[in-house]
Each structure stands twice: as C-alpha cells, then as structure tokens.
Design a binder for this molecule. Structure first.
Ligand code: NAP
Length: 478
C-alpha cells in the first residue's frame, strides 16, 4: 500500500492531525494506499513558506531556475514508468495513455526550462529628452494551484513549470481521487534539489484549502483547472485580496464534418478526440455535427471503428479504462437515457456496467447515438464519458450556429478540404482552440485555454509564462 505525504518547506510529513485519505482504484474499487491530509495549520505554514522562499527564488537567475526545471524533466523521464503506473492505478486510464500523459507533462518542464530565459521587457522612446522609460517583467508572487483528477500529473505540471520559470513559488493541491501521482512526482522534485518552500504539496478538504489560499494576502495568483461551478466560486473569493486568477474550466466541444471532408480523417479524429481517457477530457468532442449528405457514410465508417474499442483494466490491452466514480457514471447514463427518451437512435453501445459481480468500478461501453436534437441534455452539457451524439446539418451557417450555441468555449474541431471554408469556420467558432482536420491539438508550445464559461488564461508557449508575470513601468528623470 502506498502512503503519500505532504511536502512543506522541503520536508515530507504528515498533517498536524495525522489524518489520512484512502485512495481507491476506480477499476476494482480496492484501496491502493492513502495520502496525508493537511489541516488548516499545515496549509497556512505552506503559504508562509511559499512567501518566504519567494524572496530568494525570484532573485535566482532564469538560467539557474531553468537548470532545475531541466533536472526535474530528466528525472520525470527516467521515472516515467513508475509515474505512469500510479496514474493508471488511481485514475484508471490505459497504461499507454498514462505514459503519454507523463511525456506530455515533461514537455512543459523542458519548454519552460528554456522559456524562462526569454522573458524580456521594453525600452520606450521617451516624451522628453530628460526622461528614460523602461518596462520590465517580474514574477507575480507565490501561486496556489488547484487541479482535477482526469490528468493527475499533467494538469498541475502545466501550471507549475511556467510559474517556477517566471520566478514564482508554488503550492499544489491535487484532486482527492488522485493525490498519489502528485506525491510520487514530489519525490522527484525533492531529488532535483529545489530550495525549500519553492514547490509544496498539500492535500485535504478542498473548501478549507481553497478558502485559506483565497484569503492569503501573500498568495498573489490562483491557477485553477476544474468545473465551472468551482471556478466561479474561486473567482468570487479572489475579489477580497484582488488576486490574479486563471481558470481552465469545463468544455463542450463540437466536431463538425463537412461534406468536402476526408471522411477517414474525420472518423479517426472523432475517435482520437472522444475516447481518450474514456471521454473524461475537457477538450473531448461532446457533439458531432455532420453534413446531411454524408451522414450515412460517416456513421458507417465510425461504427466500424467504434466496434473494435474495448473498455476494461488500464493494465490490460484495452482502449478505455473505467469511469472515475459513481457520480461520473450516473451523469453519462443520464445523458444517454435523456437522449433516448427524447427520440435519439442507439447506434452502438449504450450500456454501463460494473466490474466484479456488480461490486467493482464503473465501465461504460463506447456509445454512438444518432438523430440527436438540440433540446437533449447531451447537446447542452459536458458528458465527460465515451458517448458520441450525432446530429445532421445542411449549411455552414447552421453548423456554426449549433456549434456556438453553448455557454462553453474551450475546444472545437472541424473537417473540410476547402481552404476558404477552413478560414471562415475557424474564425467563426467561438472557442479558445480550433482543430482543423485533427482531433489532437494540445502541446507545450501552443496556448491552451478557453473563452466564455470555459474560463480565461492560457497554458503553454510564451502565452503561458505571461500568466505568472506582471508588467512594471519605470520612468527615470535624468
Ligand atoms: P472540480 O470538482 O471543480 O474539482 C477540481 C479541483 O477543485 C479538485 O482539486 C477539487 O478538490 C477542488 N475543489 C473542489 N471544490 C473546491 C472549493 N470549494 N474550493 C477550492 N477547490 C475546490 O472538478 P472535477 O469535476 O473534479 O473535474 C472535472 C472538470 O474539470 C470538468 O468540468 C473538466 O472539463 C474540467 N477540466 C478542465 C480543463 C481545462 O483545461 N479547461 C482540464 C481538465 C479538466 P477535491 O478533489 O478534493 O474535491
């Protein structure tokens, strides 16, 4: 049984009350270990250590900070199998996907090890000869990072790498379902030799930790990934201390297939963007819009591929693991049932089931629904499961109207071989990210983030480091 601990001021330790949280395997619901729970006093200590260490960390050169990030990158790759196994154990995704997540997370460490040295300011042309005008960038200060369970490693590494490169110190609070991956990662943080208090890990009551983070004057930024509901709450709480906030929230991605698309590519893109991590991905396709004239051909090709997908243990040869928990499973079932009750056609799957004589974790068959209409829940909310709802459209305008008919605006995808349409539609989609003829868009150099109820702020590339810097103007009379 793995026993994870907190990491505060360069020390692994238990929480003040010596409480532990049990961590379970979502595939068989068996316990796999426990994680120390931080009490309020532990979290406050982490906050004050982050503020203390910030005074020194910000003065290190970007080259020194980059060298530590590079060392951590090397350690993560050397330990990728150990980290990936822990991801599969506590989150459930297939091991090959977990290895992909570790490499993806590592790519942010490597990118920001180099991006930190490219932070730059400006010299402005002064208004008067007796003046000099300079603009510099400085780290915003200590940062609180709160992340969800669907990518137990990548979600916080994508935030901490640019924060550390910019000169900020960080306190990470991972999700309660997946704290042990964070603990395993922090063993590598410790080995890399970051100064005490620069990177810290706290786990425990989310409401209490969130409140302490938001009330702390010294924490100058909160970077959150998770549900829109919690994101709104944190945004409201941030007003008291006027903190900088980044919010990566829920999505509801459309995938549009125009009649002039390469159908094989469109089908593969649907599989890639829908079934990874059992559909529990914020940029997963949640609505498929197909031009009426090619609907039968698209459906036939898609069903052929979907029929070969298997759900099961992430440690065996399967394409999908379990759904994270009962709540997630019930939401998927509710979306499928609601669609079927309102006239959808079940083209494939549709069933959820449990492991081990109806006592183990929750699996859901890859599912395809046809004849979908806009009034169905699945067309309005994020499903976070392996369900493809297909609706037909007749014109480009209609496709854009349906795609944009949502408060969310994270990722979107479309397939066409027509260059003019590609430009028109990519400009017309009201989303932070657009994939044209591809279902895989995320990478370390690109800005990841949403608009509208999907939040604000960007992760990746030079856009990502800007989130952890503020701009200072220095006017000098000479
Ligand atoms: P969630 O309930 O909002 O939880 C996310 C994190 O917030 C967890 O660490 C959770 O802690 C913590 N939390 C919960 N209540 C809190 C509070 N009152 N104050 C402070 N922190 C609090 O999200 P989820 O349902 O687990 O995650 C799935 C959602 O994340 C989906 O909507 C998905 O689209 C979104 N997501 C977005 C992105 C993106 O980049 N835009 C990426 C991945 C996922 P506990 O675990 O301890 O409850």
């Amino acid at each position: 049984m793995k026993k994870g601990q907190l990491y505060i001021n360069g020390q692994f330790r238990e929480g003040a009350d010596k409480q532990h949280l049990e961590v379970i395997n979502p595939y068989d619901l068996e316990p796999i270990g426990s994680q120390s729970v931080a009490e309020g006093s532990d979290v406050r200590q982490a906050v004050s250590c982050a503020a203390e260490s910030f005074k020194r960390w910000k003065k290190q050169s970007a080259y020194e900070r980059g060298a530590l990030l590079r060392k951590l990158y090397d350690l993560v790759l050397e330990n990728e199998e150990r980290l990936a196994k822990m991801i599969t154990l506590e989150q459930g995704k297939p091991l090959s996907e977990a290895i992909g997540e570790v490499r993806y997370a590592a790519s942010y460490l490597s990118w920001y090890a180099e991006e930190g040295i490219r932070i730059k300011g400006d010299i402005l042309e002064p208004t008067h000869k007796t003046m000099r005008m300079q603009v510099i960038k400085q780290p915003v200060g200590p940062v609180g990072i709160i992340t969800p369970w669907n990518f137990p490693l990548a979600m916080f590494v994508r935030k901490m790498a640019p924060a550390l490169a910019a000169g900020c110190t960080v306190i990470i609070k991972p999700a309660e379902q997946t704290p042990l991956t964070a603990y395993e990662f922090f063993r590598l943080v410790d080995e890399a030799g970051f100064p005490d208090g620069v990177c810290q890990l706290v786990t425990g009551d989310p409401v209490e930790i969130g409140k302490i983070f938001m009330e702390a004057e010294s924490l100058r930024k909160i970077s959150f990934t998770g549900s829109t509901e919690v994101g709104k709450l944190l945004m409201a709480q941030s007003a008291e201390t006027v903190k900088k906030v980044s919010l990566e929230l829920g999505g509801h991605a459309p995938l549009i297939v125009f009649a002039d698309a390469d159908l094989d590519k469109a089908v593969q893109g649907t599989i890639d963007s829908k079934f990874r991590n059992c559909g529990q991905v914020c940029i997963a396709t949640n609505r498929v819009l197909v031009e009426k004239s090619i609907l039968p051909a698209y459906q036939e090709k898609l069903l052929e591929k979907v029929a070969s997908l298997k759900a099961g243990s992430g440690f065996e040869e399967n394409d999908m693991g379990p759904v994270i928990d009962r709540q997630g499973y019930e939401k998927i079932s509710e979306h499928v049932d609601d669609a079927l009750n309102r006239g959808a056609n079940l083209l494939f799957g549709g069933q959820g089931y449990r492991q081990k004589d109806n006592q183990g974790g929750y699996l859901f068959q890859p599912t395809v629904l046809g004849n979908i209409s806009e009034d169905m829940k699945i067309m309005q909310e994020e499903t976070f499961g392996p369900v493809v709802p297909i609706t037909a459209f007749e014109t480009e305008e209609e496709a854009l109207r349906i795609a944009n008919q949502t408060p969310f605006g994270l990722a979107s995808y479309f397939y066409t071989e027509n260059i003019s349409r590609a430009i028109r539609v990519s400009e017309g989609l009201e989303f932070g990210m657009v994939g044209i003829n591809t279902g895989r868009i995320s990478s370390a150099q690109a800005p990841f983030g949403g608009v509208k109820a999907s939040g604000f702020g960007r992760e990746g590339g030079y856009y990502g480091i800007e989130e952890y810097l503020h701009t200072k103007y220095i006017g000098t009379g000479i």
